[in-house]
Write a protein that binds this ligand. Structure first.
Ligand code: 5GP
Ligand code: MN
Length: 327
C-alpha cells in the first residue's frame, strides 16, 4: 500500500520478528477493547504466531459470543514474550494486573485512539482521530494483507460499532462506514452482533436502569445530570459491574443535559466516574484529567479516592466550572 505511515511498517516489522506475542487490553473491557484484542489475536494466530490474549477482567456476558474458544484469559506471572501489544489502553495503569505480568518482553507496542494516551510503550501508534481502536486494527490488518475472516470481522465490527454508539457519535467518519461495509462484506454477522450487543439485556440490568431513572439528579439549570451506583444497588438487582455500561447514555440523552456523570462505588473510599459531554466546548477528557483519569473529548472516566460525598462535590464543581467557561 502506498503512502502508509511509517509507524505501520515498524509495527509489522516488530511482529514479523516475534514468535510469541501477548495481546493485552484495559480493565473492565468494553466492545472496542475486546473486539480489538480478539480481532488482532485471531489474525496473529492465522499468521502462525503463538499468541496469548490477556485481560484482568473476564469478557462481559454480552460480548462472550465473540470468544467461543475462551481465548481471552486472565494474566499469569513469570511468562516471557517476544512482543506485547496493548490495544485500546490509554495508560499502562489501565492494564491493571496485566501490567505486572508483561515485564519480560523484548518489544512493547501500544495501539490506541485515546487523546489522553501516555505513550508508554516502545512503539506507540496513537490516532485520536479514529473513533475506535477497532478501526486502527482493521487498517493494520489491511496494510499487512492478512486475511480478515468472518470471526475477525465480527470482532472488529463490534469494536467499531460500540465505540461509535452505533455510528451516531460525531467521531464517526466517512471511512468508518467504509470499514464497517468492508467488514460486513467479509462476513461480519450483523444480525447476531446487533442481537447480542444491543437487543438483549439480562433482567438485572433493566432493574439497574430502573434505579437510575428513579434516582438521577439534575443541577446547574438541568445542564448537569448525575447518578450513583452503590455496591448495594448491584447486590439488590443481581447486576454485575459490566451491566452498568451504557446506563449513562439514558441520562445523557435528556434534552437540556450538557454533561452526564456516573459515580460508581468501587470501594467505600474509591469511586469510579464516567463522564459524557454533548457540548462541543466542554472536553470531559480534561475534567477527568483533573482526577488522574482520561479518555476522549465526549467520553472520559477516572478512579478517585476519598469520601464519596467529597468526590461528588469536587467533580460536580469541576463540571460547573467547565460549563461556565464554555458560555
Ligand atoms: P467509560 O465511561 O465508558 O468507562 O469510559 C469512557 C472513556 O474514558 C473510555 O474511552 C475509557 O477508556 C476512558 N476511561 C474510563 N475510565 C478511565 C480511567 O480511569 N482512566 C483513564 N485514563 N481513562 C478512562
Ligand atoms: Mn476504545
Amino acid at each position: 500500500m502506498k503512502n502508509r505511515p511509517k509507524i505501520i511498517d515498524r509495527i509489522l516489522e516488530g511482529i514479523r520478528d516475534s514468535r510469541t506475542i501477548c495481546v493485552v487490553g484495559h480493565v473492565r473491557p468494553d466492545g472496542d477493547c475486546i473486539g480489538s484484542q480478539l480481532g488482532l489475536t485471531l489474525a496473529l494466530q492465522n499468521e502462525g504466531k503463538k499468541v496469548w490474549c490477556w485481560n484482568e477482567d473476564i469478557v462481559p456476558d454480552k460480548l462472550a459470543f465473540l470468544d467461543p474458544d475462551k481465548i481471552v484469559q486472565k494474566p499469569r506471572p513469570g511468562m516471557e514474550f517476544d512482543c506485547v501489544i496493548a490495544t485500546d489502553a490509554a495508560s499502562f495503569e489501565r492494564l491493571g494486573k496485566v501490567g505486572a505480568c508483561i515485564n519480560k518482553r523484548k518489544l512493547f507496542i501500544n495501539i490506541d485512539h485515546h487523546q489522553s494516551n501516555t505513550r508508554y510503550a516502545d512503539i506507540n501508534w496513537i490516532s485520536a482521530k479514529e473513533p475506535s481502536s477497532g478501526e486502527i486494527i482493521f487498517r493494520l490488518l489491511k496494510s499487512a494483507n492478512w486475511p480478515i475472516t468472518p470471526a475477525i470481522a465480527d470482532c472488529l465490527f463490534t469494536a467499531v460499532s460500540t465505540d461509535t454508539g452505533s455510528f451516531q457519535y460525531p467521531s464517526t467518519r466517512p471511512s468508518t462506514y467504509n470499514v464497517a461495509g468492508e467488514l460486513v462484506k467479509r462476513g461480519a454477522d450483523l444480525a447476531k452482533i446487533c442481537d447480542e450487543v444491543y437487543q438483549s439485556y439480562p433482567l438485572s440490568r433493566v432493574k439497574l436502569l430502573k434505579h437510575v431513572y428513579n434516582n438521577f439528579r439534575l443541577t446547574h439549570g438541568d445542564q448537569i445530570a448525575y447518578f450513583w451506583l452503590k455496591k448495594a444497588d448491584f447486590t439488590r438487582t443481581g447486576a454485575d459491574t459490566s451491566d452498568s455500561e451504557g446506563l449513562i447514555d439514558h441520562i445523557r440523552a435528556i434534552e437540556p443535559v450538557e454533561v452526564a456523570c456516573l459515580f460508581e462505588e468501587m470501594e467505600p473510599e474509591m469511586t469510579r466516574i464516567s463522564l459524557r459531554s454533548k457540548n462541543e466546548k466542554v472536553n470531559v477528557n480534561e475534567i477527568a484529567a483533573l482526577f488522574n483519569g482520561g479518555g476522549h473529548k465526549a467520553a472520559a472516566g477516572a478512579r478517585i479516592p476519598g469520601p464519596p460525598l467529597s468526590v461528588q462535590r469536587r467533580v460536580i464543581a469541576a463540571i460547573k466550572k467547565a460549563l461556565d467557561a464554555a458560555e
